[in-house]
Every structure is written in structure tokens, then in C-alpha cells.
Design a protein around this ligand. Structure first.
Ligand code: PLP
Length: 433
């Protein structure tokens, strides 16, 4: 089957000449329009979308409520800057997030534009509150491409190689046992290993009294869709409390209903100190947030955090509509149903094909891992073939960490489109035997 036609070919040439290769493209596709869980390219091809703008449209492409909120706001004003003239949409969205986060006591929220900025500002807020400098991330973690974001990110290629020097006072915990402790690991074993890893960090790298913040993704996103082990998250919560360290949940990819609850940490019953949101919060507009206890959030001085576009009126109007849709259409609950259907198909593939080395997930954040049948070593080449075959069949689906196929479909996807997408994907996985 021909995979690209005239309009796409021309645009691909212009893209190659005009835009550097750095901002990667997963598919040789130029979008013309998108609605719900479908996307049409400039050559008129229809795709079922399991990528969802990398987890940015949990409420679906162009949800009418979101589009209407943006339209209504655009007729009043596009941008006045929060620092110049305030507007209710910002306050209302902050109030709603403060209510929704799984934390007790009075909360406050501040808005930015991207996930990376949310991470940067969480670090600033934590340092201002604790008076400490050190910050701890995880191997395989991903927190964006800014200086602090990439320094916190636990993967060298392509995120940090050649981009040093990096921000100081950043430390890292190993991804095992916190993530992927092994199928047979007992609660007690994970707990003991997590405590030992933290002991090593405190003993050999940085004393706990110097640490402002530990930043954890409840489900590693770019790192391969590994949900944090519940026992390991509990250890993190206990140890951070014991030492006065703030615990931040980076919910940029796992949040806003994706994992089967508004915030993925709710699935664990563990309350963090700071919650970072972005991606699907804006329903397609650039919007991110940091939410935390009032006394923590008020630690930076007036003018110490903020920015020209943070909490832009259009983005906040979209964000309020997104929360309406997530709640009224019960999309976190729908994520659980989607996740069950995806996992049934993924488990079947795992049981049948030796190069499918794992199937895992939380809610609708599901992963199919492709590896060498004998050694289990990652097989990114075979994974890339699967993704391309799926695209040829009319499905956009992405990888994480090279050899993991991940699902980020809009949660409004119809049963019919979900089943069709899963069949295309299963066919592509079987075809590369
Ligand atoms: N944190 C997580 C968990 C992410 O998945 C991402 C992006 O994929 C980021 C932070 C960075 O977000 P952004 O690309 O909006 O800067």
C-alpha cells in the first residue's frame, strides 16, 4: 500500500528543508483535521488515533465543549497577561484543581505553559519552601527538555547527550525496584529494596536534610509505561515525610483521567505534596499547573514565579471545559473500561507471541513490550515495524523507550473505533513474526 501521496510528499520535502530534525516526527503524516479519536491527513486518509497528541487530548480532538469555551473566550479577550489584569477563568480552574487533587487542607494552584515548566517551577517552589537545594528523580524518568527538565530526566539518548553542563544538585534513584521490580517480587521484597535504595542515596550521594523534593511519575511515561509499585510509592511517602522532603507527583502524562482516576496517584491511595499537570489539562492548548498546600505554594516571593503566557485566558477556558467533560462524561471511569479491553488483547498477544515480552498498564495507559524471545532484550527495530504497519493499516500508535507500544487514545473513543484500532494493532504485531 502506498503510504504517502502527493500533498504529504511535498510537505515532507518542505519540512526537511525548513525545520531542523531535532523536533522529531513519529509518523510521516500531516494533519488536516481531527475529531474525537480520529485524525485525517492532508491526503484525506483517515486514522484511528491511539497517540492522542502524546496524551494531550483525553477528552478527544476538538471536543465541542472545549471548542465552544475557547470561542466564547476569544470574543472577550485573547491575552491580557495574568500579571497585568486578572480573570476569573484562571481563579476558577485553580479552585477546581485545588478541590480535585488527592490532598487534604487548603491547596493553591499556579499555571504555566508546558509540562517542563511545571517541573521547573515545582523545583523552585520546593526549594523556596524547604530552604534546601537538592532534587531527586528516577532512572527512566522524563520531565521535559528544559535545563532542569532534562537534568532530572533519567535517560541519556536523545535527551541529555551533548547538552551539558547540567543543572547542579540533581540526584537519581534507580528505576528498580520502584518500577518494574519483576513479576514475582513480593510486597515485602519491594519495600525492603526501595528502603535500601533510599539508604544508599542518603549514605553515598546526598544527605536527606539537603533534599527539597523527590519527583516521581506514578506511571513512567516516556520511560516505558511502568506503573510505580504500590509498596515502593508508600516507602517514598513515608521516607519523604520522615525527612521533611516534598514528594511531587508528575501527572503530566498519567493524569487527567488517563490512569483510571483523575490523578494516577489516586489509584494508589497515596497523597503527594505537589501535583504537576499539563498535556490533557488544556484539551489541546498549552497549559500546565502546579498544585500544592497553600503554605508551600506561597513560599516563593511575589514575582518569583509566573510568566507572560502562564494560565493564558484561552487555555484556562479550555481547562475548565476539560474538567467539565472529564467529570460529566465520567472519563476516568471510561479509562478503566478501555484499559480492560486493551489489556485483554495485549495479554492474548503476550501469551501467543514470544517476541511480546510483557503486557502491563494502569487504566488506559497500557503497554506492549517487544523484545528478543530468548533474552528479552529490547527490540526497537521490530517495534518500529509494528508501528509503521499499524499506520499503513490506518492506526496511529506510538512507542515509548524504543521497544514499548503505548496507548494514549482519547478516552471518548467509541467502542467500535477502539476494537477496530486494537484489531489493526494486533494484526501489525502478528505480521512481524
Ligand atoms: N513530564 C512528563 C511525565 C511527561 O510525559 C512530559 C512530556 O511528555 C513532560 C513532563 C514534559 O512536558 P512538555 O513536553 O509539555 O514540556
Amino acid at each position: 500500500m502506498s503510504t504517502t501521496t502527493a500533498a504529504t510528499r511535498d510537505l515532507l520535502q518542505r519540512r526537511a528543508a525548513a525545520v531542523p530534525r531535532g523536533p522529531f516526527n513519529v509518523f510521516p503524516v500531516f494533519a488536516d483535521r481531527a475529531l474525537g479519536a480520529k485524525l485525517w491527513d492532508v491526503d484525506g486518509r483517515e486514522y484511528i488515533d491511539f497517540a492522542g497528541g502524546i496524551g494531550t487530548v483525553n477528552v478527544g480532538h476538538n471536543h465541542p465543549r472545549v471548542v465552544e469555551a475557547i470561542r466564547a473566550q476569544s470574543e472577550r479577550f485573547l491575552h491580557v497577561c495574568w500579571h497585568v489584569a486578572m480573570y476569573e477563568e484562571y481563579v476558577r480552574l485553580a479552585e477546581r484543581l485545588n478541590e480535585l487533587v488527592p490532598m487534604t487542607g487548603p491547596q493553591k494552584t499556579v499555571f504555566f505553559n508546558s509540562g517542563a515548566e511545571a517541573g521547573e517551577n515545582a523545583v523552585k517552589i520546593a526549594r523556596a519552601f524547604t530552604g534546601r537545594k537538592a532534587v531527586v528523580g528516577f532512572e527512566r524518568g522524563f520531565h521535559g527538555r528544559t535545563l532542569l527538565g532534562m537534568t532530572l530526566t533519567g535517560k541519556v539518548h536523545p535527551y541529555t547527550a551533548g547538552f551539558g553542563p547540567f543543572a547542579p544538585e540533581i540526584y537519581r534513584l534507580p528505576y528498580r525496584p520502584f518500577f518494574a521490580p519483576g513479576r514475582d517480587a513480593s510486597e515485602a521484597a519491594v519495600r525492603a529494596e526501595a528502603e535500601a535504595a533510599l539508604d544508599r542515596l542518603f549514605h553515598y550521594h546526598v544527605e536527606p536534610e539537603e533534599i527539597a523534593l523527590i519527583m516521581v511519575e506514578p506511571v513512567l511515561g516516556e520511560g516505558g509505561f511502568f506503573p510505580v509499585h504500590p509498596a515502593a510509592l508508600r516507602v517514598l511517602r513515608e521516607v519523604t515525610r520522615e525527612h521533611g522532603i516534598l514528594l511531587a507527583a508528575d501527572e503530566v502524562q498519567a493524569g487527567m483521567g488517563r490512569a483510571g482516576a483523575m490523578f494516577a496517584v489516586e489509584r494508589y491511595g497515596v497523597g503527594p505534596d505537589l501535583v504537576l499537570t499539563a498535556k490533557s489539562l488544556g484539551g489541546g492548548l498549552p497549559l500546565s499547573a502546579v498544585t500544592g498546600p497553600a503554605e508551600v505554594m506561597d513560599a516563593p516571593p511575589v514575582g518569583g514565579i509566573g510568566g507572560t503566557f502562564g494560565g493564558n485566558p484561552l487555555a484556562c477556558a479550555a481547562g475548565n471545559a476539560v474538567l467539565d467533560v472529564l467529570q460529566e462524561e465520567k472519563l476516568p471511569e471510561r479509562a478503566l473500561v478501555i484499559g480492560e479491553r486493551v489489556m485483554a488483547r495485549f495479554e492474548a498477544l503476550h501469551g501467543k507471541l514470544p517476541y511480546v515480552t510483557d503486557a502491563r498498564g494502569l487504566g488506559a495507559m497500557c503497554a506492549l513490550e517487544i523484545g528478543d524471545p530468548a533474552t528479552g532484550a529490547p527490540d526497537p527495530a521490530r517495534t518500529a515495524k509494528i508501528v509503521e504497519r499499524a499506520r499503513e493499516g490506518g492506526l496511529l500508535v506510538m512507542t515509548a523507550s524504543g521497544n514499548v507500544i503505548r496507548t494514549l487514545m482519547p478516552l471518548v473513543i467509541t467502542d467500535e473505533a477502539l476494537e477496530r484500532g486494537l484489531s489493526i494493532l494486533a494484526g501489525a504485531v502478528e505480521a512481524v513474526a
